[in-house]
Design a protein around this ligand. Structure first.
Ligand SMILES: Cc1cc2nc3c(=O)[nH]c(=O)nc-3n(C[C@H](O)[C@H](O)[C@H](O)COP(=O)(O)OP(=O)(O)OC[C@H]3O[C@@H](n4cnc5c(N)ncnc54)[C@H](O)[C@@H]3O)c2cc1C
Length: 534
């Protein structure tokens, strides 16, 4: 039995979901809550300056910088998988886009048997979280912890992109989280007054001083401690020492789509053969832990522009100084640019009833994601596959919690995924070739006009595409015996243990995943408190 300090709830991971939980579970003052985060406190100013996602993308102080195993569908490449490792988790390093997904996504979750997860059920939690500067209405919330704002500086290229997509026959859409997602428009972002609004900023900051909430950063949770099939506590390492802490009520894993299944497996909950091969005593043989990995794959085309873009700002001292000065004085300008600015949600595959591709404009360009910006003015057209059929897995490669797990997203295994991306890339090309873009776009440089047959384009997509940073579904919620969690997010067959983060999604939402994960945190917190009150 664990000794050490005793809490009611222990939350592992202070990311999007963990930050929500720490706030909500400690709010009434009745429960003692421990929040453990492997990364440091979120003091680096680049976390708050929106364009800091570029700075933190390769910074191992705040980013796990995982890699996939060689991907057969992508010419055997080992591909980047950034994940936040800091208070706020991935919401502290992400691209700031606020998209919930489609109502049909959640209705589908419900159809799969997950009572309480239809769109009607989850909408109040999106609204509870939200502080939309446009105010509250039937679909939106105001006054919640998560600031959501319109783009303050409307770059002419973004406006031209919207006009060009319209010229290609797509409807305008002023609110992708409104009545319908379909159409083209500007994104709303998790920013306020020119500052990033991470989950830590929205939920942890106001709760940090509560006496019943203990937050320990730089603390890697190394295993869950079980008494039979009940979770009793955890073991964690900080400053070179190992500690244990007991949970009187529950241990809650919010370590993300890689971290949560890794911790379960390391603690003896996972495929028995894998665990035994690594010498880990089996607590529960659950082959599905770490399976069903969904991720959004993106194809990215690069274009040379006739007008300055972020490339110019970032690559000259003059550009940097001017942008820095403007930001310091007004909290506006290039430093507040989100990772993508304008976007089109469209049906790319003929069989899709709702948008299955998100075609976005990024105001910068690189040879490959995460690499140096081009030395010329450039933009990127990003086509993201919203409902991938390909499924992968994450499995520990070692019993050592400090070792990265083996991540296999199995990108582009399904023919429909390839066809959808091909159609989406062709749409991007139509948009960039439309009259409204003519004053701005000089030429497509990757893959370039010579790459045009279906086979050539699919080869380009395999060679140069990559993650959109939305891994999820590895502790899938469901009613079937293969599911890892039930509809109340309890780990099936075990007591005192839940998973509450992006890994419980049964199927990834058709959009960026931060808003939905925060919703999962809000709903999960309510369920934990309801059960504790019984
Ligand atoms: C580069 C990037 C760009 C993105 N852009 C967007 C975007 O624009 N819009 C959007 O909606 N979504 C975006 N996302 C995705 C979104 O941010 C994530 O889906 C969401 O934050 C996931 O939340 P989570 O709570 O599941 O996990 P996370 O937020 O990743 O939190 C997990 C936390 O657990 C910690 N942890 C893991 N293992 C342990 C352990 N053993 N012990 C202690 N702590 C541990 C981690 O350090 C981390 O802080 C992006 C993500 C990335 C990485």
């Amino acid at each position: 039995m664990p000794a050490g300090e005793t809490f009611d709830f222990i939350i592992v991971g202070a990311g999007s979901a963990g930050s929500v939980l720490a706030n909500r579970l400690s709010a009434c003052g009745r429960y003692r809550v421990l929040l453990l985060e492997a990364g440091p406190a979120d003091r680096n100013p680049w976390i708050y300056i929106p364009v800091g996602y570029g700075r933190l993308f390769n910074d191992t102080r705040y980013n796990w910088r995982f890699k996939t195993v060689p991907q057969p569908g992508c010419h055997g490449r080992e591909m980047i998988q950034p994940r936040g490792k800091v208070l706020g988790g991935s919401s502290s390093i992400n691209g700031l886009i606020y998209i919930r997904g489609q109502a049909q996504d959640f209705d589908h979750w419900r159809q799969l048997g997950n009572v309480g997860w239809s769109f009607e059920d989850v909408l109040p939690y999106f609204q509870k979280a939200e502080d939309n500067e446009r105010g509250a209405d039937d679909l939106h919330g105001a006054g919640g912890p998560l600031a959501v704002s319109d783009t303050r500086d409307r770059h002419p290229l973004a406006l031209a992109y919207i006009e060009a997509a319209h010229q290609c026959g797509f409807p305008r859409n002023d609110d992708f989280n409104g009545a319908t997602q379909e159409g083209v428009g500007l994104y709303q972002t998790t920013m306020r007054d020119g500052l990033r609004w991470s989950a830590a900023k929205g939920y942890l900051k106001p709760a940090r001083m509560r006496r019943n909430l203990k937050i320990v950063s730089d603390a890697l949770t190394s295993r869950i401690i079980f008494d039979g099939r009940r979770a009793r506590g955890i073991e964690y390492r900080t400053k070179g020492e190992t500690h244990i802490a007991s949970a009187g009520r529950e241990v809650i894993l919010s370590a993300g789509a890689f971290g949560s299944p890794q911790l379960l497996q390391i603690s003896g909950v996972g495929p028995a053969s894998l665990l035994q091969s690594l010498g880990i005593p089996v607590v529960a043989d659950m082959p599905a832990v770490g399976d069903n990995l969904n991720d959004h794959y993106s194809a990215r085309i690069a274009l040379r522009c006739r007008v300055p873009t972020l490339n110019d700002t970032a690559r000259s001292w003059h550009g940097k100084a001017a942008a820095g000065m403007r930001y310091a004085l007004t909290r506006r300008g290039p430093l507040t640019t989100s990772a993508i600015t304008a976007g089109l949600f469209m049906r790319a595959h003929p069989l899709s009833a709702t948008p299955d591709a998100q075609c976005s404009l990024a105001l910068f360009s690189t040879d490959s994601i995460g690499e140096e910006l081009h030395a010329f003015s450039g933009v990127t057209g990003v086509c993201t596959l919203l409902r991938p059929e390909s499924r992968g897995h994450v499995r520990i490669a070692s019993a050592d919690p400090a070792q990265a797990p083996a991540i296999h997203p199995n990108y582009l295994a399904a023919e429909r995924d390839r066809d959808t991306l091909l159609s989406g890339v062709r749409t991007l090309r139509r948009i960039f070739g439309a009259p409204a873009m003519a004053p701005y776009i000089e030429a497509e440089i990757a893959p370039g006009p010579d790459c045009d047959s279906d086979d050539e384009l699919i080869d380009f997509i395999r060679r140069r595409g990559g993650t959109t940073f939305h891994p999820s579904c590895t502790c899938r919620m469901g009613q079937d015996p293969q599911a890892v969690t039930d509809e109340r997010l309890r780990v099936r067959g075990l007591a005192g243990l839940r998973v509450i983060d992006a890994s419980i999604m049964p199927i990834v939402v058709s959009g960026n995943t931060n808003a939905a994960t925060i919703m999962i945190g809000e709903k999960g917190a309510d369920m934990v408190l309801e059960d504790a009150a019984q």
